[in-house]
Design a protein around this ligand. Structure first.
Ligand code: NAD
Length: 507
C-alpha cells in the first residue's frame, strides 16, 4: 500500500505531537484495523497524562507568539496547507477510505472539503471584522473587535476522520488560536497523516512549536481537555451521549463548548416532487457512507398519493446497489466501521420489527469472499410509524424508515418530532410548500434544503444543528466568531468625561 508510505505511516507510529516534534508517550497502543478487509494497518502509541501536560504547556507558550502574527500572515500558512493537501489528496483520500470504510469518491471528497476550508480561511484571514457604532457621547468612538481565544481543543468522530479537524483548525489558526486535536481512536492513522502534512508546512515557515497539537487517545484524553481550564473552547463532534458529557463538564467550568452531535434527518417527498431527483437524493442520503453520516437520511416522509410509487422505485434502486470494497469505484456502499456498529444495526432491525415495522427491503450481514471483515451490511428499508422508539433514535447504519403523510403541516410535524435537529429537506416543485418548510413554522433543523437531500453540505454555510444535535455552528459564514473573544472598545477624544445615560458625577 504505497499510499501509507507516501503519508509517512509506519508499522508503529507516535501519537502525540506538538507540531513538528513527536513526543515519547506512555499511553496504550491503539491498533487500527481496516473495516474494508479486517487487516491491521498499523499501531499508534496513545498519550498519557505526562505527554498531555507537555502538549498543553507547549500550546500555551506557542499561543503567546502565534497571536502576534498578523492574521493574513497566518492565512498564508493555511494557504500553504491547502497546497500541501492538494499534493496529498490521492494518498490521503485512499487512507480515509481504507481506515474508515467510506467510498473512494467520498474519501477524495473529504480531502477536497479540507482544501475548500483552507481557501475559505485564507480569505477570512483578511476579514475578521467587528462593527463600529455611534456613541451617545460627543467626541467618542465605539467599536467591537475580535481577539483570539487561546487553545482550542478539538474532539472528532470516526466518520469524518480528517475534514472536521480541518474545519476547526483552519478557522482557529487564522483567528490566532492554537489547536490540540483528539481524533477518534477508530481512525488514528488519518490523524497521524494530517499531522505530517501540516508539519512540513510549519517547519518551512518557522511556525511556533505547539500551534498544532495532536493527542491520540480514547475517551479519557477527551475528558482531560473538557476538564482543563487552560482550554477556553472545546469543539466536540460525535454522539449526543458524548456531547452531553462534554457540554456538562465544560459548562461546569464556564468554558465554551461547540457541539456537533447526532442527527435524525428526514426528507419530505411531496406529491408535487420531481421523483427522479427525490429518489436519487433519498438513495444517496440513506446509503452514502453506509449510513454513517451525521446528515444521513434516516426517515422519508412521503405523501400518501405517491407512497406506493416511491416505495416501488426505491426498492428497485436498492436492488441495483453494489456493496463491497469501497476502494473499488464500482461499489456504492462500503462497510460499517466495526463489529460493534454491525451489532447496533442488527439490534435496530430487531427493535423495529418488535415495534411493528415491516421491512420492504430486508437487511442482513454479508458473508463470503470480499466480506471477510464482517462489517458489510445490506442497506434496508422499513415501513414504520413516526413514534416508534427506534425511529426517534439515531442508528449509525443504513436503515431507512418510510412514513406516510396527508397534509404538509402533518409532514413538518413528523419531521420536527424527533429529539435531534441537524438536517432536513423537502422535495417539491410547489412554491407554497417549499416556503412553508423554510418558514418559522417549518423545519426546526440547522440545515433545511429544497430539492437537495439531507447530506453533502458545502463549506460556505455555517454547519450544525439544533436540539440534541447540540446547537454548534462550524465551517463557513460567521462560524469563526466562536473561535474568538469579542471586545467592545469606547475611546474618548474630548476634553470632558461625560458618563453614559447622562449620569452626573462631579466633585
Ligand atoms: P463518539 O461520540 O463515540 O466519539 C466521538 C469522539 O468523542 C471520539 O473522539 C471519542 O473518543 C470522544 N469521546 C467519547 N466520549 C467522550 C467523553 N465522555 N468525553 C470526551 N470525549 C469523548 O462518536 P462516533 O461514533 O465517533 O461518531 C458518530 C457520531 O458522531 C454520530 O452520532 C454522528 O451523528 C456524530 N457526528 C456529528 C457530526 C455533526 O457535525 N453534527 C459530524 C460527524 C459525526
Amino acid at each position: 500500500m504505497d499510499f501509507l508510505k507516501e503519508l509517512n505511516i509506519t508499522d508503529v507510529n507516535k501519537g502525540v505531537s506538538t507540531g513538528t516534534a513527536w513526543l515519547d508517550a506512555g499511553g496504550d497502543v491503539i491498533e487500527s484495523f481496516s473495516p474494508v478487509d479486517g487487516k491491521k494497518i498499523a499501531s499508534v502509541i496513545a498519550a498519557d497524562r505526562a505527554s498531555y501536560e507537555t502538549l498543553v504547556t507547549k500550546a500555551q507558550s506557542a499561543f503567546l507568539e502565534w497571536r502576534t502574527w498578523p492574521a493574513p500572515k497566518r492565512g498564508e500558512i493555511v494557504r500553504q496547507i491547502g497546497e500541501a493537501l492538494r499534493k496529498y489528496k490521492t494518498p490521503l483520500g485512499k487512507l480515509v477510505s481504507y481506515e474508515m470504510g467510506k467510498s473512494l469518491q467520498e474519501g477524495y471528497g473529504e480531502v477536497q472539503e479540507m482544501i475548500d476550508i483552507c481557501d475559505f480561511a485564507v480569505g477570512l484571514s483578511r476579514q475578521l471584522h467587528g462593527l463600529t457604532m455611534h456613541s451617545e457621547r460627543p467626541a467618542h468612538r465605539m467599536y467591537e473587535q475580535y481577539h483570539p481565544l487561546g487553545i482550542v481543543g478539538i474532539i472528532s468522530a470516526f466518520n469524518f476522520p480528517v475534514a472536521v479537524w480541518s474545519w476547526n483548525s483552519m478557522l482557529g489558526w487564522v483567528c490566532g488560536d492554537v489547536c490540540i486535536w483528539k481524533p477518534s481512536e477508530k481512525t488514528p492513522l488519518c490523524a497521524v497523516a494530517c499531522q505530517h502534512i501540516v508539519a512540513e508546512v510549519f517547519e518551512r515557515n518557522n511556525v511556533p512549536e505547539g500551534v498544532s497539537g495532536l493527542l491520540i487517545g480514547g475517551r479519557e484524553s477527551g475528558e482531560w481537555m473538557s476538564q482543563d481550564g487552560r482550554i477556553p473552547l472545546v469543539s466536540a463532534t460525535g454522539s449526543t451521549r458524548m456531547g452531553k458529557a462534554v457540554g456538562a463538564t465544560v459548562g461546569a467550568r464556564l468554558g465554551r463548548a461547540l457541539l456537533e452531535l447526532g442527527g435524525n434527518n428526514a426528507i419530505i417527498i411531496s406529491k408535487d416532487a420531481d421523483l427522479d431527483i427525490a429518489i436519487l437524493g433519498a438513495l444517496f442520503g440513506a446509503v452514502g457512507t453506509a449510513g454513517q453520516r451525521c446528515t444521513t437520511t434516516r426517515r422519508l416522509i412521503i405523501h400518501e398519493d405517491i407512497y406506493e410509487d416511491v416505495k416501488a422505485k426505491l426498492t428497485k434502486a436498492y436492488s441495483q446497489l453494489s456493496i463491497g470494497d469501497p476502494l473499488d469505484q464500482k461499489n456504492h456502499v462500503g462497510p460499517l466501521i466495526d463489529k460493534d456498529a454491525v451489532r447496533a444495526y442488527l439490534d435496530a432491525i430487531e427493535q423495529c420489527k418488535s415495534e411493528g415495522g415491516k421491512f420492504v427491503v430486508e437487511g442482513g450481514v454479508l458473508e463470503g469472499a470480499g466480506y471477510e471483515s464482517g462489517c458489510y451490511v445490506k442497506p434496508c428499508i422499513a415501513e414504520a410509524q413516526p413514534a416508534y422508539k427506534i425511529v426517534q433514535h439515531e442508528t449509525f447504519a443504513p436503515i431507512l424508515y418510510l412514513l406516510k403523510y396527508k397534509t404538509i403541516e402533518e409532514a413538518v410535524a413528523i419531521q420536527n418530532g424527533v429529539p435531534q435537529g441537524l438536517s432536513s429537506a423537502i422535495m417539491t416543485l410547489n412554491l407554497r410548500e417549499a416556503e412553508l418548510f423554510l418558514s418559522q413554522q417549518g423545519s426546526d433543523c440547522g440545515i433545511a434544503n429544497v430539492n437537495i437531500g439531507t447530506s453533502g453540505a458545502e463549506i460556505g454555510g455555517a454547519f450544525g444543528g439544533e436540539k440534541e444535535t447540540g446547537g454548534g455552528r462550524e465551517s463557513g459564514s460567521d462560524a469563526w466568531k466562536v473561535y474568538m473573544r469579542r471586545q467592545t472598545n469606547t475611546i474618548n477624544y474630548s476634553t470632558q468625561l461625560p458618563l453614559a445615560q447622562g449620569i452626573k458625577f462631579d466633585l
